[in-house]
Ligand binder design. Structure first.
Ligand code: MN
Length: 435
């Protein structure tokens, strides 16, 4: 077995570099350490059908031939893999950190003094002529941005900027990158974040959650828009508008962010002759008080025309349902024929569980093709209602760690299925990412 690993508390640069390494070594398996940073964990929860990762326990006892280590070579950050590293025939390192006392011994090491390890891997892929899918480019971009402070840290090299440019050209989605980025805030920004988190009013409109807040500050807040963006992310809002007034001034700064195509931030900013894009816009309201601006924003959001945005709108239907006694062999054939990655399982007309492609692969590896669906399905009882908002469905999937939710009507009948990929498509369409 050949594996690709990285450091404890895996961050986006490490994950991006692991993906890059797997593009170079397609037969190697990705193995994550026991501790992974929370934003990476959230990213993986949503992308796991596409990005398969193993846990250290799953390689125990395997004979390891090659270990590819990325974004570190410090043995102290690789303790989960000490055994594998000892046993490996070859150890290859891709890193961008300066040398240290605790560095592991490598058969081959590619060390480049650039801002992110994703850049190191990107350049190898470029040399080999390996093409990237937009979602792969997006993760690589996340790596570059995370380690360079979105290309702003002094450690940012020309080569990081160049990698970012080519990743963008390969279709990297900046809205998705921003969705996952952790940003560092100044004290003024932190105070603003606290004020917004505490003072924001959330208006619910047909499954959309729009936050509106008014706020005063003693000094000018540089980078207030980033705080508005973070508020939107932290609160899981679809859009967020903030009226910010510096004490003693009669100008109100209006900042809008929207990640839904149902609400055009630029149209809102236009109320005060501002401008921008659908997803990000700003305006300056003169001779105004922030409370007046908040009232006007609230009126706008409460009265705007909306198409509904619900699970029922994006679910797949009609839905294929399989009986609990369908054999593994038949099920595998059917999933391929139907081109779906999972189906609900029924028994006596009622939902009994869900079978995913992963369940099928796992069962198939045991070699008994006659085992019935009930023997390897997930006994999953969480479902969605067609009236649920898609954000709520996504939350349930993340909380329950399931990839799809059967959609049932009030009588308990299965009328559709909504999968992580349905929601991904919706999120990315809304963000203009297009995959
Ligand atoms: Mn790094």
């Amino acid at each position: 077995m050949n594996i690709i690993i990285s450091h404890q508390n895996t961050d986006f640069d490490a994950l991006a570099a692991m993906l890059g390494a797997r593009k170079l070594y397609p037969d190697h398996r990705l193995v994550l350490p026991s501790a992974v940073s929370p934003p990476v964990r959230r990213y993986l929860a949503l992308h796991k059908d596409w990005l398969t990762v193993l846990e250290p326990a799953q390689i125990r006892g395997e004979s390891i031939e090659e270990v590819v280590v990325v974004d570190t070579r410090d043995g102290g950050r690789l303790t989960d893999f000490a055994e594998a590293l000892d046993a490996a025939v070859r150890v290859t390192v891709y890193d961008h950190h300066p040398p240290g006392d605790n560095d592991i011994e490598a058969t081959r090491a590619v060390i480049e003094p650039v801002g992110s390890c994703a850049t190191v891997l990107f350049e190898r892929l470029e040399q080999e002529g390996v093409e990237l899918h937009p979602r792969e480019a997006t993760l690589m971009m996340l790596g570059v941005y995370a380690d360079t402070g979105s290309l702003s840290f002094p450690s940012t090299d020309f080569r990081d900027l160049r990698a970012a440019a080519y990743l963008r050209k390969s279709g990297a989605s900046l809205p998705v990158v921003n969705r996952y980025l952790q940003q560092e805030f100044s004290p003024q920004q932190q105070r603003l974040l606290v004020a917004l988190m505490n003072g924001i009013e959330v208006i619910h409109r047909d499954g959309l959650r729009v936050g509106i807040a008014g706020c005063t500050s003693a000094d000018y807040v540089k980078g207030a828009a980033m705080v508005v963006e973070r508020t939107l992310q932290l609160m899981g809002l679809d859009a967020c508008f903030v009226a910010l007034q510096q004490k003693g001034r009669d100008v109100v700064q209006v900042i809008g962010r929207s990640k839904t195509r149902h609400l055009d931030a630029a149209a809102v900013a236009a109320i005060w002759d501002g401008g921008g894009h659908r997803s990000a816009a700003a305006a300056r309201a003169r001779s105004a008080d922030h409370q007046q601006v908040v009232d006007r924003l609230t009126e706008y959001v409460e009265q705007m025309e909306l198409e509904p945005l619900e699970v029922g709108d994006i679910m797949s239907c009609p839905v294929q349902v399989v009986p609990h006694d369908m054999s593994l062999e038949q099920l595998k054939t059917n999933l391929e024929r139907w081109g779906v990655s999972g189906v609900p399982v029924e028994r006596d007309g009622r939902l009994d569980g869900v079978v995913s492609q992963r369940d099928v692969d796992k069962a198939a590896s045991r070699g008994d093709w006659s085992v019935p669906a009930a023997g390897f399905m997930s006994h999953q009882v969480v479902t969605a209602n067609p009236d649920d908002s898609i954000e709520a469905a996504l939350e349930v999937m993340t909380d329950e760690d399931v990839g799809r939710l059967p959609v049932v009507d009030d009588e308990g009948e299965i009328i559709g299925i909504v999968s992580r990929s349905d929601i991904l498509r919706r999120i990315y369409d809304d963000a203009g990412g297009g995959w």
